[in-house]
Design a protein around this ligand. Structure first.
Ligand code: PFF
Length: 433
C-alpha cells in the first residue's frame, strides 16, 4: 500500500501529464472525423464555446476534489460522504471499460507503424484494413501488447514511470504533430481544407451537433471517470486550479485544431470526403500518404504520434484504477497494476474479436466494441459528470467560496455548477439514451 503519497516533481510535470491524459485518440482520430461529419467550422465554434464555458466547471471540480482529499477516486468520494462510495466505483468501472476498446485501436496503430517502418505498404488500404481487423489472433496479440507497453509506466510509479513517460513522449508528440501540419499546409488542397475548418457555415447548425460536441469535449478532457481527480491528487499544494484547468483546455484544443490542420489539407488535396468517419485514420489517410512524396517517412511519423497520444492517455486510465485498488484493497502498486491489466485484457479480447468471429454478437444492436464506446461516451461519461457537478455543487459545503472567494468568477462558477451544467447534462443524457 502507498504510505507516502507521491507528488509530481514540478508544476510543469503535472501539466504535461494531465495534457498527456487529455490528448489522445480523441484529439487526433476522433475530433477531425467528428468535425468532418458535423460541418467543420460551425462544429469547432460550438465545441469551443462548450469547452471554454461549461466543461471547465466539472474539470475544476475533479481537480479540486483531488487536491482537497489527496487520495484515489473511490476514497475521495467516500470521504465526501460514505454514501457516495458506490459512485467512486462507478467511475472506476468507466475507466476500466474505456481502454477495452481504446487499446484495440492502440493495437491497430502498432500494426500500421510496422507497415510503414518495414516499407510493406499495401496497394489498397480498404481491403487491407478489413482483412487485418477481421483476423483472429494478430489483432488480439497487438491489443495485449499495447496494454503491456502502457502498464509498464504506472507499474514503475508516479515519478519514475508516469512522469518520465509523459515528459519524454509529449514533447516528441508535439514536434511530430507540427512537422506533419507544416507538411500538410504545403499541399495543394490546403486552402480548401483550412476554409472548411475555419469558415463557419451557419446553415449546418443543428441540435444533434451540440450533443456530439459536448460528448467529445468530456471524452477529450478525460472528465467523468476520476482520471483528472487522480492526477490532481498528486498536485503540489501551490497549484492554481483555474489556471491549470484553462491551460489544459487550451493545450488540448490547440492540439485538436492542429490535428485538423494536419488532416484536412491532405483530405481535400485528394478529394476524399471529410466525413469519411472512423476509418479516416486507418484507410483514407494511409492511402493518401502512400501517394505523397516520402510515404514511409510521413506514414511512420503519423502513426508514431498517434501511438504517443494513445499511450499517454492509456497510462492515466490505468493509473486511475490502480490508485483505487491500492487504497481500497491495501495492495502493492505492482499487484494492483497486474490485476487492473488482467481485467482490461479479459474484456478487450471480445472487443477485438468484434471485427471477426464475434461480429454477429450484438448488444443493443451494436458489436461489443461499438457497445463499449457507446455505453461509456454517451451514457457513463455524461452521467458521471452530472453526478460530479451535483455532488460538488450541493454536497460539498461552500466549495466555490472556499476556493474562489466572493468574486465574479466564484459566483459564475457556483451558478454554472449548481444549475446550468446539470441541466445541460441531463439534456445530453436523455438524448444520448
Ligand atoms: N482524453 C482521451 C482522448 O481524448 O483520447 C481519452 C481518455 C483518457 C479517456 C483518459 C479516459 C481517460 F481516463
Amino acid at each position: 500500500m502507498e504510505k507516502d503519497r507521491q507528488q509530481w516533481s514540478s508544476h510543469i510535470s503535472f501539466i504535461i501529464a494531465t495534457v498527456g491524459s487529455a490528448v489522445g485518440l480523441g484529439n487526433i482520430w476522433r475530433f477531425p472525423y467528428i468535425m468532418g461529419e458535423n460541418g467543420g467550422a460551425i462544429f469547432l465554434l460550438t465545441y469551443l464555446l462548450l469547452i471554454g464555458f461549461l466543461c471547465v466547471i466539472p474539470l475544476c471540480c475533479e481537480l479540486l476534489i483531488g487536491k482537497i482529499h489527496r487520495t484515489d477516486t473511490v476514497s475521495a468520494f467516500e470521504k465526501i460522504n460514505p454514501k457516495f462510495k458506490w459512485f467512486g466505483w462507478l467511475c472506476i468501472l468507466t475507466v476500466l471499460l474505456i481502454p477495452c476498446f481504446y487499446f484495440v485501436v492502440g493495437g491497430w496503430i502498432i500494426n500500421y507503424i510496422w507497415i510503414f517502418l518495414s516499407n510493406n505498404i499495401p496497394d489498397n488500404f480498404t481491403n487491407y484494413f478489413s482483412s487485418f481487423s477481421s483476423q483472429t489472433w494478430v489483432p488480439c496479440i497487438l491489443t495485449l501488447f499495447f496494454l503491456f507497453l502502457t502498464a509498464i509506466f504506472p507499474y514503475k510509479g508516479v515519478n519514475k514511470g508516469i512522469e518520465k513517460a509523459n515528459n519524454i513522449m509529449m514533447p516528441m508528440f508535439v514536434i511530430m504533430l507540427f512537422i506533419m501540419a507544416l507538411y500538410a499546409i504545403s499541399l495543394p488542397g490546403a486552402k480548401e481544407g483550412l476554409t472548411f475548418m475555419f469558415k463557419p457555415d451557419f446553415s449546418q447548425f443543428d441540435k444533434q451537433m451540440i450533443l456530439t460536441a459536448l460528448g467529445q469535449a468530456l471524452f477529450t478532457l478525460s472528465i467523468g471517470m476520476g482520471a483528472v481527480l487522480t492526477y490532481g491528487s498528486y498536485m503540489r499544494e501551490d497549484t492554481n486550479i483555474v489556471k491549470s484547468a484553462y491551460t489544459l483546455i487550451i493545450c488540448d484544443t490547440l492540439i485538436a485544431i492542429t490535428a485538423g490542420v494536419m488532416i484536412f489539407p491532405i483530405v481535400f488535396s485528394f478529394g476524399v470526403t471529410p466525413s469519411a468517419g472512423a476509418t479516416l485514420a486507418f484507410i483514407s489517410l494511409p492511402e493518401m500518404f502512400a501517394q505523397l512524396p516520402f510515404p514511409t517517412f510521413f506514414g511512420f511519423i503519423f502513426f508514431v504520434l498517434l501511438f504517443f497520444a494513445a499511450i499517454t492517455s492509456g497510462i492515466s486510465m490505468l493509473e486511475t484504477a490502480i490508485a483505487s485498488f491500492i487504497n481500497q484493497f491495501k495492495m502493492t502498486r505492482e499487484k494492483a497494476t497486474i490485476i487492473t491489466s488482467s481485467i482490461i485484457a479479459i474484456i478487450s479480447i471480445p472487443a477485438t474479436l468484434s471485427f471477426s468471429i464475434l461480429g454477429d454478437f450484438k448488444l443493443l444492436g451494436k458489436t461489443f466494441f461499438d457497445f463499449l464506446d457507446y455505453a461509456t461516451s454517451n451514457i457513463l461519461l455524461p452521467f458521471n459528470t452530472l453526478l460530479i457537478c451535483l455532488i460538488a455543487g450541493w454536497c460539498i459545503k461552500s466549495l466555490w467560496k472556499d476556493n474562489f472567494g466572493e468574486t465574479f468568477f466564484g459566483y459564475a462558477f457556483n451558478i454554472l455548477l449548481k444549475f446550468i451544467a446539470p441541466i445541460v447534462l441531463i439534456f445530453v443524457l436523455i438524448s444520448g439514451i
